[in-house]
Design a protein around this ligand. Structure first.
Ligand code: NDP
Ligand code: 8X3
Length: 253
């Protein structure tokens, strides 16, 4: 075992996967999580062989408090000195007006982006408090700083992450636990494929004619935040593609 451990939710794809890889490259042992077990198994083997680190793979749905509790209770003692928790698992489902919104989409977003993040934090923060150190990094969004047409509930969930990030920072201050939010603009991952229920063409059109951020750009930011000196906490970052001014203003070729 190495002395640094990164626990990453949603490590089967996109930002979480790129972050897990960068932490592994920098010698961290990694706890990877997600619902797609085959992807976790494959990624775990890849990280172990490429970076000679230890990997613990936990296959659960962050929307289920029971599954979260069981997964965290299953962590062996030698994996409990968690240096970083990256609260990354999340999604957008649909892009509809409030009057046309699908309640099932709303519930998936609220249950994953808000309640999932809360379940993870509620179960891991006490372990960090016991350890006397830790760093919780929350992946928010530009959608947590602004609201755009048809983004209603997704934006609300990310505004909640913004508020929770500020609240956690205050509550965990006496316990030597750092708290950071990273709020990206457009990052090309599986995000839009998920948002548009598997419609690859519609997902591609989101990034057409512009250079979006890459998951590796966010991973570098996550790693930079996590590797600041002990006396420095980065509270909040907004990171955008150079060609994106805000949620709705972009320059496209
Ligand atoms: P991806 O769809 O590529 O990755 C999402 C990850 O979250 C997957 O690993 C997925 O794993 C996991 N996940 C989703 N739902 C659950 C669940 N119920 N339980 C456990 N894991 C879950 O998207 P991104 O990498 O882009 O998204 C990561 C985060 O970044 C999200 O919080 C998103 O809101 C945020 N974000 C994304 C932006 C973008 O433009 N891409 C911009 C701003 C913020 P699995 O399906 O295997 O469970
Ligand atoms: C994802 C970015 O602009 O689609 O959080 O809301 S956006």
């Amino acid at each position: 075992m190495n002395h640094k451990i990164a626990f990453i939710t949603g490590a089967t794809s996109g930002i979480g996967k790129a972050s897990a890889e960068l932490f592994a490259k920098n010698g961290y042992d990694i706890i990877i999580t997600g619902r797609r077990k085959e992807r976790l198994d494959e990624f775990s083997a890849q990280l172990k062989s490429a970076y000679k680190v230890d990997v613990l793979s936990l296959n659960f749905d962050v929307r289920s408090l029971k599954e979260v509790e069981a997964a965290i209770n299953s962590i062996p003692d030698n994996w409990k000195k968690i240096t970083v928790l990256l609260n990354n698992a999340g999604l957008a489902a649909g892009l509809n007006t409030i009057q046309d919104g699908l309640v099932d989409d709303w519930e998936r977003m609220i249950d994953t982006n808000i309640k999932g993040l809360l379940y993870m934090t509620r179960n891991l923060a006490p372990i960090m408090i016991q350890n006397g150190f830790g760093h919780i990094i929350n992946i928010g969004s530009i959608a947590g700083k602004e609201v755009y047409a048809n983004g209603n509930v997704y934006c609300a969930t990310k505004h909640a992450v913004d508020a929770l990030n500020k609240g956690m920072r205050i509550d965990l201050l006496p316990h030597n636990i750092k708290v950071t939010a990273i709020n990206p603009g457009m990052v090309e991952t599986e995000f839009s494929v998920v948002r548009f229920a598997g419609d690859e063409d519609r997902a591609k059109s989101v990034y057409k004619g512009l250079q979006p951020l890459l998951p590796e750009d966010i991973a570098e930011t996550v790693y930079w935040v996590a590797s600041r000196p002990a006396h420095v906490n980065i509270n909040d970052i907004i990171i955008m593609p150079t060609v994106q001014g805000n949620s709705t203003t972009t320059i496209r070729k």
